[in-house]
Design a binder for this molecule. Structure first.
Ligand code: ADE
Ligand code: ZN
Length: 335
């Protein structure tokens, strides 16, 4: 091995912290196909001939994603999914991961059904920590294009189950529908229950959407937020307030937010002092892993080991877990 590839290998092997993944979105296509076969559900049209998820662009992605979730029908399905996903993340060096999970896909928003699904996810989390050494936590997520009433149901599920595992509340879905402020009731309910807050913003809409997320919902982290890079005053505001961006560069490139890696603003944001973290979003959909994200970032921006270590430490600081857990994560990062 030459010197560069040794340095790169060391970077890829670093312990990592991931703050932005979707529980269902991390399901490998083979896993979903297997469940579909067991349950005799025909979702063959969501796959390409070579077995990948078939979509081009954001809205088709959301539709395929939702079709894939239709085979996840029981707490046991979520436990199996959780174990598979956490094993894969751990094999990428991820020592701590936060996943978005929607009560919509876990019993349709009914609190009692949600408790059963959650118990299964907690079992998966505990087994994965024991067997693979990965610590995980959940962020209950409402779905923007399902509207504010559905969000209240999700927020109620979150508020009723805040605790060791459920540590946050957030919103994903189609950013081009409605406004952040349509969801203030749900975010207020979640905050009052003691949950930490994040929302997808500035993935599709511009800087104004990021401003509204901070002002109208009072979130302390932003999912994506990359389009903030188009507004210098906003960059300064995010840096000053220490608002953390959950950046998912591979997702942005595959979905077409940016045409290629070198056009991605993560390095510009980081250099301007905005706290950035690095995540995979929905890794099998975007043909990525945390190692792939690190590889592309190192190759595109010349980041060295120090940059990646700083980002992992900043991500641990921004994690929604309690401080005792944070101390355990920081210990893993020193290894
Ligand atoms: N749900 C899963 N992935 C998403 C993304 N990238 N943006 C919005 N909602 C999502
Ligand atoms: Zn996301």
């Amino acid at each position: 091995m030459n010197e560069m590839s040794e340095e790169l290998a060391a970077i890829l092997d670093l312990p990592k912290v991931e703050l932005h993944t979707h529980y269902e979105g991390a399901a490998p296509p083979a896993f979903i196909r297997g469940l579909a076969k067991e349950k005799k559900i025909d979702i063959s049209k969501i796959f390409t001939a070579d077995g990948s998820y078939a979509f081009e662009g954001f809205v088709p992605f959301l539709r395929i994603y939702e079709a894939a979730t239709t085979v996840l029908q029981s707490p046991e399905d979520f436990k199996r999914l959780g174990l598979a996903v956490l094993e894969e993340a751990a094999s990428n060096g991820v020592v701590y991961i936060e996943s978005f999970v929607s009560p919509n896909f876990c019993g349709g928003g009914d609190v009692s059904a949600w408790r059963d699904y959650l118990a299964a996810m907690v079992e998966a989390a505990n087994e994965a920590e024991r067997d693979f050494g990965i610590i995980s936590r959940g962020i209950v997520t409402c779905i923007r294009h399902e509207g504010p009433e559905q969000a209240k149901t999700a927020a109620l599920c979150a508020a009723e189950t805040v605790g060791d595992f459920i540590v946050g509340f957030g919103m994903g879905g189609d950013e081009n529908q409605g406004k952040q402020r349509d969801f203030t009731y749900s975010f207020d309910m979640a905050r009052e229950a003691g949950l930490r807050l994040t929302t997808h913003a500035g993935e599709w809409r511009g800087p104004e959407e990021v401003r509204e997320a901070v002002q109208d919902l009072g979130v302390e982290r932003i999912g994506h937020g990359v389009r903030a890079a188009e507004d210098h005053a906003l960059i300064d505001e995010l840096a000053e307030k220490g608002i953390v961006l959950e950046v998912c560069p591979g997702s942005n490139v595959v979905l077409g937010v940016y045409p290629d890696w070198k056009s991605h603003p993560i390095d510009t944001l980081r250099r301007a002092g905005v706290p950035v973290s690095v995540s995979t979003d929905d890794p099998p959909f975007f043909h990525t892993t945390m190692r792939d994200e690190y590889l592309n970032l190192a190759n595109t921006f010349g980041w060295d080991e120090g940059v990646f270590r700083d980002i992992a430490a900043a991500s641990a600081k921004a994690a929604f877990c309690d401080d005792a857990t944070r101390a355990r994560i920081l210990k893993k990062l020193e290894a």
